[in-house]
Design a protein around this ligand. Sequence first.
Ligand code: BGC
Length: 359
Amino acid sequence: MKKTLALALAVVMSLGLMAGCGPKEPANPSPQPGGSTTPPSSASQSKGGDASSIPEAPAGGGTIGVCIYKFDDAFMTTYRNALQEILEGKGYKVTVVDGNNDQAKQNEQINTFITQGVDALIINPCMTSAADQIIKTVKEANVPTVLINREPTADQMSAYDKLVYVGCDAAQSGTFQGELILETANKGDINGDGKVSYIMIQGDPENIDAKLRTEYSVKALTDAGIQVEELDLQRGDWDRNRGQEIAQNDLAKFGDQIEVVFCNNDDMAIGALQAIQAAGRKVNEDIYLVGVDALDAALNEVMNGNMTGTVLNDAVGQATEAVNQMELLLSGTTYGAGEQSVYVPYVKVTPDNAKDFVG
Ligand code: BGC
């Protein structure tokens, strides 16, 4: 169900883009002198080739290297499985490797793929700060590359025209988290003291998703004129156990003062829920809890009333788009500066629609 919905969303996105009612995506790239194709430029933030009219690229014959920052990440596990299934379904020979969250190791893996002569690479960098080095390496080897999940700056990507980023607009997921709190009966102010007191359990702060979710979740409240109080902000590195530990310590320290637990992802929210339940608190009655990703475990908790809500981070939609973009690059499309980020929309998930996303 989740897969069907996600794919439908990807199609809706493409249609929306074509119809000009969403972020604009360039029209089908037209051949340029010199053999390459360049999508026309557009003023919007989300750009890339037209996913709905993929040329018959070397599908069925190519060899693809996929680098994942670490296999032991709940969201990236769904994502990499989707990538593998889509690529293999199209007849590509695929090798997926685990970077173990070690950039030096991932650099070696990229070099090995290049030496082996892969036709294209799909890379989820271990560290966003390594983007320059990664882009330099793939450019020198002239290997078309799709970066996923950790977005470099437009400036960094402009160094190589056979490179594109596929991900989501991280700020949007933060805004949706804030809106989930605004949609509760008391807009997050459970104790009625005129302010929303929260703890923030952050992912890896080097990651733009972590930075922007942290910022925009709170901004949605302050933009609505709500006063906020940050009781604690700690990095949980996207990890369930860290989420549990941080929430446990904060609940012991701040007790009933905590009205909202913002988690940058669902895995940490599931951990935080364990601590909330162990402390005898009840979500949606005396505390609110939100995450991002719409992992199946989180969807169940949203439906059971143990999480206030989450945000669909569409792994299947992003994997589909990453493969579309890879095929565009393989068929000769090149990208100009400022046209190298393609976004798949997030979706706000509440008890009303959660069942639609269960895989
Ligand atoms: C997801 C996290 C994941 C992270 C990995 C984020 O977009 O929400 O669950 O751990 O990507 O980089």
